[in-house]
Each structure stands twice: as C-alpha cells, then as structure tokens.
Design a protein around this ligand. Structure first.
Ligand code: SF4
Length: 64
C-alpha cells in the first residue's frame, strides 16, 4: 500500500500538486492542502508521481 505524505512546514499552498493530480490533492479556500486519497491506486500512481515532482517546495512524497 502506498500513501502520500506532505510536510506541512514546507507547503506554501501554491496548488501545483492540485493542478497536476486533482484526484489526489485539493487546496481549500483557507490555503489548506487536503490529501484526498488514503492510498495511491496503481492506476493513479504515475499522475501522483508527476504531482510530487511538480511541487516546487519538495513537500510531497509517496511512501510504500
Ligand atoms: S505543490 Fe507543494 S507547495 Fe504547492 S500546494 Fe502542493 S504540496 Fe503544497
């Protein structure tokens, strides 16, 4: 099972991850990031990996 981790001290809520994978990430009106998936489905993993790489703050990781 793979999960998404976020370092909230690094996240600046710029929505790059949400644009890359809206199935997995949502930044709300109060600039809070929500991880929408409890686990990363293999079919979605490439997209989530792109979102992780898109984060300019390197705040995201996938752990297996
Ligand atoms: S791309 Fe990174 S900094 Fe931007 S909202 Fe997502 S986790 Fe936060």
């Amino acid at each position: 099972m793979s999960r998404i981790l976020v370092d909230r001290d690094l996240c600046e809520a710029n929505q790059a991850c949400m644009r890359a994978a809206p199935e997995a990430f949502r930044v709300d009106e109060e600039d809070r990031l929500h991880i929408l998936l409890d686990e990363v489905d293999p079919a979605l993993r490439p997209k989530v990996e792109r979102a992780v790489r898109a984060c300019p703050r390197r705040a995201l990781a996938i752990v297996d």
